[in-house]
Ligand binder design. Structure first.
Ligand code: NOJ
Length: 586
């Protein structure tokens, strides 16, 4: 036994005090932002897990026509950019992150005509579609890989990373893939191993080969011509491999070392990405956001801004705040609120310093739900979700809402590992047992970190299957759907959904929340996350109590300011109820 799953929440638990009443919002006049920000800096982005959003044909799987039918939900949220998880042809070993054909839509999700219609209908609502480019690897069913594995002399033999076995026939290195097990798979035909950072069904492309880079640029340009608004670049920090393939020092009892520590952000990677930027993005108005595990705020000068490679960079310090080693979900660490705050402050400041822009996110399809992940247990669920919504929508940067976050979703806590679908969850569970943790500990970790919590079907209404499908959903709908669904929340003025909608219009009405400078205040306060947004004309002060107990602050902080978001009848600066958020303006 190496250790136990520790409870990670350090903020004391207190009795819940319900926050009631709606919010006072100011007039609905839309103030034009005076700055020269790009469209994607002023808007709100929304991630759709295509498989789980809305099924239009009753096969239990979400699809493009389903998304088109619900665009008005996104419009109402003020969303201007919709990131679709991969919907290209795929055998779905990793739910689409294993692409067999970058130029066609998977039949389970629809057709290219459906995609064209989605792009067009979205544009009518000022919404741009953002495609997920999975370029570190393909599916093993991609024609490129089929050719590459067919022998050592074919024109694509060098498109993937092939290496001979060690003299004893074992894998070329002791690297462990991100999803567990060796990162090398032996191929009988070639008599060689190929590298896969993720599943064996996801062989890594060889970016050293200029033909590979050209083929990927062609894919991206195909989608630019279709009229998409940008790209999220999957697992992009792994595309460059080290010059030498060497064993690393084992980091677990299996004798292996996580591939991340051996290949992430390898020198030379930026050359490839500059080449990509100039041949795909220059002269367009699209934006790019890189999924950049391994990139830290101090690296941002190279990664974002004019001299960098992406417009925005998703960094992972925040979502891994409780997880020192992503391989081992059973070893967590305690953290304090000042660390949490620093991830935002450092992220915003370093992005600015680099001349870039910060993507604000608390959730995505690889993470558990934020109200469980980041807040202490207990307290009113709506208030918890609203506190984090305030942070997400008032922090400087482009907010990325994860499907369902706007409804206040919690984690699924299914009793058995067999209830889970996600391959990474199952592999983490197996790894935990192999490393000597008990089944109870392994399941506790699954409940806390499983990616399935972000992937259950969208809850549209209280009818069967939450209105997601008329068939059998590919993943069970979470049982709380009878209360926590779009339709019911729309009717409830105090709901999480209506709070998101109000906050979204508040951003447009008070443009300093979009273009204002960001300064953190009260950094050492252990309950309140507070900051200002100042655009020279107006200054907003945001105060969010992230605990389930009352908190106080110096009322002078907001002296002479008007509350633009506060509970009805609450004119008592200086005190915040559990999870209460307020915004003052002067
Ligand atoms: C990161 C994606 O977000 C995740 O869902 C996927 O499994 C891996 N990359 C592999 O593509």
């Amino acid at each position: 036994m190496k250790g136990k799953l520790k409870r990670i929440l350090v903020i004391p638990l207190m009795v819940c005090i319900l926050i009631s009443g709606g919010c006072n919002m100011s007039s609905t006049t839309v103030t034009e932002t005076s700055s020269d920000l790009s469209w994607w800096q002023k808007t709100i982005a929304y991630e759709i897990y295509v498989k789980s959003f809305k099924d239009s044909d009753g096969d239990g799987t979400g699809d493009l026509n389903g998304i088109t039918s619900e665009l008005d939900h996104l419009k109402e949220l003020g969303v201007g950019a919709v990131w679709l998880t991969p919907c290209y042809v795929s055998p779905q070993a990793d739910n689409g992150y294993d692409i067999a054909d970058y130029y066609n839509i998977d039949p389970a999700y629809g057709t290219m005509e459906d995609m064209d219609r989605l792009i067009e209908e979205a544009k009518k609502r000022d919404i741009r579609i953002i495609m997920d480019l999975v370029f570190n690897h393909t599916s093993n069913e991609n024609e490129w890989f089929k050719k590459s594995r067919s022998g050592k002399d074919n024109p694509k033999s060098d498109w993937y990373i092939w290496r001979d076995p060690k003299p004893d026939g074992s894998a070329p290195t002791n690297w462990r893939s991100i999803f567990g097990g060796s990162a090398w798979e032996f191929d009988e035909t070639r008599g060689q191993y190929y590298l896969h950072t993720f599943l064996p069904e996801q062989p890594d492309l060889n970016w050293e080969n200029p033909e590979v880079r050209a083929a990927l640029r062609d894919v991206a340009n195909f989608w630019v011509k279709k009229g998409v608004g940008g790209f999220r670049m999957d697992a992009i920090t792994y595309i460059k491999k080290p010059a030498e393939y060497k064993d690393g020092t084992p980091d677990a009892e299996d004798g292996m070392v996580g591939i991340h520590s051996m290949t992430a952000n390898t020198d030379g990677i930026l050359d490839y990405l500059h080449e990509f930027k100039s041949s795909v993005q220059d002269g367009t108005d699209i934006f790019t956001v890189g999924e950049a595990n391994g990139v830290k705020p101090s690296d941002l000068d190279d990664w974002t801004g004019e001299n960098g490679v992406f417009d925005m960079v998703f960094m992972f310090g925040l979502v891994n705040i409780d997880l020192p080693d992503e391989t081992n979900w059973c070893e967590t660490r305690d953290w304090k609120l000042d660390e949490f705050k620093s991830f935002f402050t450092d992220g915003v400041k370093s992005s600015e310093g680099a001349g870039g822009w910060f993507p604000v996110f608390l959730e995505n399809h690889d993470q558990s739900r934020s109200i469980v992940h980041f807040l202490p247990e207990g307290g009113d669920r709506k208030a918890r979700a609203k506190a984090l919504a305030t942070l997400l929508l008032t922090m400087k940067g482009t907010p990325f809402i994860m499907e369902g976050e706007e409804l206040g979703y919690e984690n699924v806590n299914w009793p058995s590992i067999d209830d889970y679908d996600d391959i990474s969850t199952k592999n983490h569970y197996e790894f935990a047992l192999e490393e000597g943790y008990s089944e109870e500990e392994a399941m506790e970790a699954v409940h806390h970190f499983s990616r399935d919590s972000a992937r259950t079907p969208m809850q549209w209404d209280s009818t069967q299957n939450a209105g997601f499908t008329t068939g059998t959903p590919w993943l069970p709908v979470y049982p709380d759907y009878e209360t926590w669904n779009r339709t019911s929340e729309k009717e409830d003025p105090d709901s999480v959904l209506n709070y998101y909608i109000k906050l979204s219009s508040l951003r447009r009405e008070h443009s300093e929340l979009i273009d204002g400078d960001y300064e953190e205040i009260m950094h050492d306060d252990e309950s309140i996350f507070a900051f200002t947004r100042n655009n020279g004309t107006k200054k907003a002060t945001v105060l969010i109590n992230l605990t389930n107990k009352e908190a106080s602050y110096d009322p002078g902080t907001v002296k002479d300011a008007t509350c633009i978001l506060c509970l009805e009848g609450d004119a008592d600066p200086g005190a915040l109820r559990p999870y209460e958020a307020v915004i003052y303006e002067e």
